[in-house]
Design a protein around this ligand. Structure first.
Ligand SMILES: C[S@@+](CC[C@H](N)C(=O)[O-])C[C@H]1O[C@@H](n2cnc3c(N)ncnc32)[C@H](O)[C@@H]1O
Length: 172
């Protein structure tokens, strides 16, 4: 018993610290930090996206998965792409409390994910990467698909509509 308690304390400390360390390592490596969108802004993004029931939506850099979960009732399929394993597992854990069957979370680097089948792409990324993201979108997304960006805009691309910090772009 005397030995058991220190080991138990050590095990608890390790259980708490390890996810923080993994999170920190991946956060340093990823291009954009995790800053969750406020729920009222996610609602605005979803409204402005005008999602149809036969459409596939994707959040590139999905953080804790809130956009994916909140958009799922309006879409055929709702997909989250997240590089950080801690955030990916947090999304999957939070998904346990949702009854939606049309949600998929993938732990992937967004630069390696195809956007060919995506009708609505949600983004809350970082200003310095918007030119590179635009190139990827133009190369991969089909005409008529939309991109809904939180805060950041694309260079030389006029949004179809803008509502506060939410801009909607249409791929021609
Ligand atoms: C500003 S947060 C937005 C989170 C979420 N979309 C939201 O609006 O609440 C950006 C997210 O992108 C993720 N990220 C950064 N680089 C990434 C990459 N190369 N591939 C996938 N996700 C990435 C970060 O880990 C972070 O969770």
């Amino acid at each position: 018993m005397e030995l058991f308690i220190p080991y138990l304390v050590l095990a608890i400390i390790a259980l708490v610290c390890v996810p923080f360390i993994i999170y920190g390592v991946f956060a340093m490596k990823s291009a954009a930090p995790f800053v969750p969108a406020m729920k009222k802004n996610v609602k605005k993004m979803i409204k402005e996206a005008n999602i149809q029931s036969d459409e596939t939506v994707m959040d590139l850099g999905s953080g804790d998965g809130r956009i994916v979960r909140m958009a799922a009732p309006y879409a055929k399929e709702s997909i989250g792409i997240e590089i950080n394993p801690v955030l990916y597992h947090l999304s999957r854990f939070l998904h346990l409390f949702s009854r939606k069957k049309n949600i998929t979370y993938l732990r992937k680097n967004l630069w390696k994910v195809s956007l060919a089948e995506v009708d609505v792409l949600f983004l809350f990324f970082i200003s310095t990467k918007m030119p590179k993201l635009k190139e990827k979108i133009m190369k991969e997304m089909k005409p008529g698909s939309r991109v809904v960006s939180h805060t950041f805009s694309f260079p030389d691309w006029k949004p179809e509509k803008k509502h506060g910090i939410v801009s909607v772009y249409r791929v021609e």
